[in-house]
Design a protein around this ligand. Structure first.
Ligand code: CP
Ligand code: NVA
Length: 309
């Protein structure tokens, strides 16, 4: 059973195959052609955390593919009252055709997938946000930069950073990550990525210097300094991240062709200046729209590759 839990499980060829499906279906969608790729299928959508983009894009996406999305807030289902993951998974996966989960723990997501009879999609965990990176890659491609990616991630070493690491390591592009000291990426994930990078040729640099990271980059990106669940650390983090804002001064060090990406939600004048955000707003909101298209590609790919036991 093929799941979509982390890009670590996918080869370069598989990632590009999903992108190709997504781009093709995006083209059809823009022409108002809606084919029933997944007729009468139900996508269960379990949310333990808030969401705007992930919820709207998955629910709209499965509908446009001929199926229906079932929004399941963990506050409303028995999972939130302590029903074990192994039971929840065995129940929901007998009634639905695919399940997307946004939860705290990657380990629990993997446990859910282990017990599931249907493909599971990671809609964000503490460790990874792989569906976002598929949308980001489509956006990079639409800007004609896919053969010249020198990416700079500025900010917290979090789920987004880990996903950038895996995408770069699998596809073989250059990635510089600049975090404040103490907010570096997970060491195990970095080491795994470095192993993949040996095969793909990706050049991965870790630094505490945003300027060094951004120099001549073609893609500059960041994420919130305070991820969901870290609200109590907000004050401390704002102090610790001083100097890590992506503003015009920093962007000016990047390549002339550089684009700025943000997975959103964005906190202006913290991780990104209002000026940079507005300058690249068209790109950022295309990136958000590409969540819809990327995830349709992922769902169709998983549906085509499911085993029917
Ligand atoms: N980027 C992203 O996943 O947004 P949401 O939290 O709104 O789903
Ligand atoms: N790192 C952020 C991403 C939000 C889409 C979080 O986990 O809250």
């Amino acid at each position: 059973m093929k799941h979509f839990l982390t890009l670590k499980d996918y080869s370069k060829e598989e990632i590009l195959e999903i992108i190709e499906i997504a781009v093709q279906i995006k083209k059809e969608t823009k022409e108002k052609i809606f084919k029933d790729y997944m007729p009468k299928q139900t996508l269960g959508m379990i949310f333990e955390k808030s969401s705007t983009r992930t919820r709207v894009s998955f629910e709209t996406g499965i509908y446009q593919l001929g199926g229906i999305g079932l929004f399941l807030s963990s506050n409303d289902i028995q999972l939130g009252r302590g029903e074990p993951i192994c039971d929840t998974s065995r129940v929901i996966s007998r009634m639905t055709d695919m399940i997307m989960i946004r939860n705290d723990s990657q380990e629990e997501l993997e446990e859910f997938a282990f017990f599931s009879k249907v493909p599971i999609i990671n809609g964000l965990t503490d460790k990874y946000h792989p569906v976002q990176l598929m949308a980001d890659y489509i956006t990079i491609k639409e800007h004609g930069l896919e053969d010249n990616i020198v990416a700079a991630y500025i900010g917290d070493g979090n789920n987004m950073t880990h996903s950038w690491l895996m995408l770069a390591a699998k596809l073989g592009f250059d990635l510089r990550i600049a975090t404040p000291a103490g907010y570096e990426v997970d060491e195990d994930i970095l080491n795994e990525a470095l192993e993949f990078a040996k095969i793909s040729g990706a050049d991965i640099t870790i630094t505490n210097d945003p300027k060094a990271a951004v120099k001549d980059a073609t893609v500059v990106t960041t994420d919130t300094w305070v991820s969901m669940g870290q609200e109590e650390e907000k004050e401390q983090r704002i102090k610790d991240f001083a100097g890590f804002i992506v503003d015009s001064k920093l962007m000016n060090l990047a390549s002339d062709k550089a684009i700025f990406l943000h997975c959103l939600p964005a906190y202006r004048d913290y991780e990104v200046s209002e000026e940079v955000f507005e300058k690249f707003s068209e790109t950022i909101f295309s990136e958000a729209e590409n969540r819809l298209h990327a995830q349709k590609g992922i769902m169709v790919y998983l549906d085509r590759n499911r085993n029917n036991d």
